[in-house]
Design a protein around this ligand. Structure first.
Ligand SMILES: Cc1cc2nc3c(=O)[nH]c(=O)nc-3n(C[C@H](O)[C@H](O)[C@H](O)COP(=O)(O)OP(=O)(O)OC[C@H]3O[C@@H](n4cnc5c(N)ncnc54)[C@H](O)[C@@H]3O)c2cc1C
Length: 466
């Protein structure tokens, strides 16, 4: 049904907790649209014929169609459109970098702000969760078995698609809880764990079996899965959880964490809850080295745990920060101090072997490098010291070597990522597919999900043609 276009150049603002309140708690920062707000925002969509927003979505959601349903107040209809392409809309509506994807292509963004596609996706997924309690019908088994390694967004997406086709799917997950980075990395205040759990429960209801505490490469190998365990195909979705360090002096001092360890203690092991037995430093001055989403999450967690001063230390400028714009803005509002154009060169310790500070060098931006971003170069004679008691390294991760070292014939590249044919995730081993961060290195939830979808379709074709 045609509706009157809302010509407001700005997005309907997202109701949120006040910065000085939320930086003391772990409750969700953004509170979500009301139905009225969602309908009004949906009416900003021009319903473009060529759907540029859809081309910006790695899983190809029919965005104008779902937004059209919201404008008509048919929220369940909108959910059906979303869920036809995305297995985790409540997650993606919260964490996708929409400004570089769908919203980056929105025509309304040319003369004003793009339509709030992510906010609408979140509204629709939350509305469905709160109002519809249908149990999925278990598909007819087709008699074939597929194993998936890793219960992050990529593995979960592939599992859902394969289960719907009738495959008996078993996910082997190394940790005691399914969800991957969605539960061990991204904090509760950005992505409540109950939402991830509900998505996982939906998969279980479809018949997906999730075996936790199963480290593939230690407990079982891929050869065993495809041999005595009788799986026709395997999808490796084991992520990129191995943290990198800078290799500067002092990184083994007490008080230096990798962002992964810091966030895992806080999120998965619930160190943020009063009375938790998980040890975590209660720091006063914290430096987080890096400028991505992971760095923002670590800094905002440190603030919430009570640190008085929290720095983001990043060697390029504010413009080059790779984190989502919204996360940077939220971090600034919450009092995180950005020390850009700054590079640490040494962690300084006291006589007890604890961090007491870091030595840094000021940087300036030179010519663009291979990534297209201006290369940071050291300013001469600019060394200075920053007093901190905790340092959190957040300069990237790579895939854990366990799977590649226990799977003969599995080709990997010099970064340790699994090599695939690039089309559908097939690796150098017959029947073995891979996708998500294990293939691309640390990337995004939606790309990991897209890879899971693609691999599920390829595995289906492979098994049916065998
Ligand atoms: C703190 C943080 C914040 C982020 N924020 C965002 C964001 O805002 N937006 C966004 O789009 N992306 C974000 N990302 C990136 C995003 O989360 C990842 O790109 C995505 O989770 C990758 O999905 P995956 O399924 O490939 O891997 P993962 O989510 O890493 O899941 C892999 C799973 O495999 C398991 N596993 C590993 N090895 C084995 C083994 N040998 N046997 C069995 N299981 C194994 C792991 O325990 C894990 O559960 C963030 C990442 C982090 C760390």
């Amino acid at each position: 049904m045609a509706h009157q276009i809302n010509m407001d150049p700005c997005k309907c603002p997202m109701p949120s907790q006040e910065p000085q309140v939320r930086n003391h708690n772990f409750d969700e920062v953004a509170l979500g649209y009301t139905a009225e707000m969602a309908v009004s925002e949906a009416k900003r969509c021009l319903n473009c014929k060529n759907k540029p927003c859809q081309t910006g979505c790695p899983v190809g959601i029919d965005i104008p169609a779902f937004i059209g349903k919201v404008a008509e107040e048919d929220f369940e209809g909108a959910y059906q459109v979303l869920s036809a392409s995305s297995a985790l809309p409540a997650v993606c509506g919260r964490v996708c970098p929409q400004e570089n994807q769908c919203e980056g292509k929105c025509v309304r963004g040319i003369k004003g702000e793009s339509v709030g596609i992510g906010r609408l996706e979140r509204f629709v997924a939350d509305w469905h969760r709160e109002h519809v309690t249908d149990t999925p019908v278990k598909p007819q088994p087709n008699g074939y078995k597929v194993a998936i390694i890793g219960a992050g967004p990529s593995g979960l997406t592939a599992a859902g698609d394969l289960a719907k086709l009738g495959y008996a799917v078993t996910i082997y997950e190394a940790l005691h809880l399914a969800g991957g980075v969605l539960v061990y990395g991204i904090p509760e205040f950005r992505l409540p764990k109950a939402i991830v759990q509900q998505e996982i429960d939906g998969l279980k209801a479809l018949g997906v079996d999730i075996e936790t505490n199963m480290v593939i490469g230690k407990v079982l190998t891929i050869d065993e899965l495809m041999g005595e365990y009788g799986f026709e195909a395997v999808y490796i979705a084991s992520g990129a959880g191995l943290p990198r360090f800078m290799g500067i002096p002092g990184e083994s001092l007490k008080g230096v964490y990798s962002a992964n360890e810091y966030l895992t203690r806080i999120n998965l092991m619930k160190a943020y809850q009063p009375g938790s037995k998980t040890p975590i430093m209660h720091s006063h001055k914290v430096a987080v080295v890096g400028g991505g989403n992971v760095a923002m999450d670590a800094a905002r967690c440190a603030k919430r745990l009570g640190a008085e001063e929290v720095y983001i230390v990043y060697r390029r400028g504010m413009e080059e920060l790779p984190a989502r714009k919204e996360e940077v803005e939220h971090a600034q509002e919450e009092g995180i101090i950005f020390k850009t154009l700054t590079n640490p060169v040494e962690v300084l310790g006291d006589e007890d072997g604890r961090v007491r500070g870091m030595a840094c060098i000021e940087m300036e931006l030179g010519e663009p490098d291979a990534s297209g971003r201006r290369r940071p170069v050291e300013k001469p004679d600019s060394r200075f010291e920053l007093e901190v008691d905790t340092m959190i390294m957040s300069i990237g991760t790579s895939p854990n070597p366990l799977i590649r070292s226990t799977t003969p014939g599995l080709e990997t590249n010099r970064h340790g990522c699994i090599v695939t044919n690039g089309d559908d995730g097939l690796t150098s081993r017959e029947g073995v597919y891979a996708g998500g961060d294990a293939v691309t290195g640390a990337a995004t939830v939606i790309l990991a999900m897209g890879a899971g979808k693609q691999a599920a379709a390829a595995i289906h074709a492979y098994i049916q043609n065998k």
